[in-house]
Design a protein around this ligand. Structure first.
Ligand SMILES: NC(=O)c1ccc[n+]([C@@H]2O[C@H](COP(=O)([O-])OP(=O)(O)OC[C@H]3O[C@@H](n4cnc5c(N)ncnc54)[C@H](O)[C@@H]3O)[C@@H](O)[C@H]2O)c1
Ligand SMILES: [Zn+2]
Length: 370
């Protein structure tokens, strides 16, 4: 019999004053037993999940917590969906946890996708001025991106992730088996973020995604282990160098300035986040061509890989003026100037602030079809 722990990889995020492991594997979930023992929280445990994830995985999580934590636990199940990532849910979680007697000696387990992770993380950051939490991400986006790096928060009707805090988890447990039950579209969009990691930091990862698309789309998890682990390493490495996004952490926003604009002007109804990021990365690569940073081959490579995951690489029907306006409102604008992350080659990007509006319009025009 093969031991699942042979396939368990651990990446450490080492920050001044706080370090934590990211355990990644096929069947990694069972390491929650050891992690709870290691963290040794004295107070109650709060499990936060959503309706979909609860159906599949809550009882397994409760099983482990019951065994390891005699002090008891409480469960709060959020309604599934981005529209519930708001302050009202924070208040509801707070009510559950106060009623259960969770105090500052306790800790939170966030079991779910990025919405659960961001909401539970923000709750943990503020409850009794901050309690520890474990991230157990169950979507690709949350496994390679949202669960790592300590950005937590909820939306406001006037903007996404407007209320938030940096609050690093105490442990991240990434089990690829959770992805079995993920709807295909949600599974596929996650590859936009993995491919993004390849473009910003690792040509081999990018090529791997190009060469193994069919296996990865078929959820052959032995093939997925490398790109997920590599993504975690890349994100961890950047976070360790620039925890609070003063500088290179912005690389992780590659494709996102355009992507957020595509999402916003279509009122979050047309594109999944990963789809918008896919379009955003192609647009950014076209800007890089216009700036003379890269040759025409770079957008071609972008399209080739993204298309393999059925991610969009051209768009239609949205007035360019609206996209431009939306970008100017983006909170990542620095002192009124648009900042872009642009590729220098596959595996390297840089931050550029002096892109003319005319050039951005040209790039948007190039990926538009009528
Ligand atoms: N904090 C960060 O650094 C960061 C980074 C990237 C994204 N995010 C945030 O993450 C959120 C998006 O995360 P997401 O894409 O994981 O979306 P999500 O959490 O909404 O999950 C997508 C859907 O899949 C369901 N689901 C989750 N896991 C499942 C599983 N294993 N089986 C079946 N269904 C499952 C969920 O219930 C939901 O309906 C956004 O709010 C975004 O802002 C945060
Ligand atoms: Zn993203």
């Amino acid at each position: 019999m093969t031991n699942i722990f042979e396939e368990l990889k651990t990446v450490w995020v080492k920050l001044s004053g706080h370090s934590y492991p990211i355990h990644v594997g096929i069947g990694a979930f069972s390491i929650l037993t050891d992690e709870l023992a290691r963290l040794n929280w004295k107070g109650k445990i709060g499990i936060i999940t959503d309706t979909n994830v609860a159906n599949y995985y809550l009882s397994a999580c409760e099983g482990i917590v019951k065994k390891v934590c005699p002090q008891g636990y409480a469960v709060h199940i959020l309604p599934a969906g981005e529209e519930y990532k708001n302050l009202q849910q924070i208040e509801n979680i707070c009510t559950t946890m106060l009623q259960s007697g969770l105090d500052r000696y306790g800790g939170i387990i966030a079991l779910g996708g990025g919405v659960v992770g961001d909401t539970a993380g923000y709750f943990s950051a503020s409850y009794m001025r901050g309690i520890p939490f474990i991230q157990i991400p169950t979507t690709i986006v949350s496994q390679v991106d949202a669960s790592i790096g300590g950005k937590t928060g909820v939306n406001h009707p006037l903007g996404k992730n407007i209320l938030g805090a940096f609050h690093q988890p105490h442990s991240v447990i990434i089990d690829l088996i959770f992805l079995k039950t993920l709807p295909d579209k949600t599974y596929r969009e996650g590859f936009a973020e993995i491919i993004k990691h390849g473009i910003i930091a690792d040509e081999n990862l990018f090529n791997y995604c190009r060469d193994n698309a069919e296996r990865l789309l078929n959820k052959e998890f032995n093939y997925l282990l490398y790109p997920v682990v590599r993504s975690c390493e890349i994100k961890a490495d950047i976070v360790m160098k620039d925890e609070k996004e003063q500088n290179i952490r912005a690389y992780l926003n590659y494709g996102h300035t355009f992507g957020h604009a595509f999402e916003a002007v279509t009122h979050y109804k047309t594109f999944l986040h990963g789809e918008a990021v896919s379009l955003g990365m192609v647009t950014a690569s076209e800007v890089a061509v216009q700036m003379g940073y890269v040759n025409e081959n770079i957008p071609i490579l972008h399209r080739e890989v993204l298309n393999k995951y059925h991610l969009p690489t051209h768009w239609q029907g949205i007035p360019i003026d609206e996209v431009m306006e939306s970008m100017k409102r983006d909170k990542k604008t620095k002192a009124g100037k648009l900042r872009f992350i642009l590729p220098r080659r596959i595996g390297e990007v840089s931050i550029v602030t002096d892109v003319s509006e005319e050039l951005i319009r040209q790039a948007l025009e190039r990926i538009k079809t009528d």
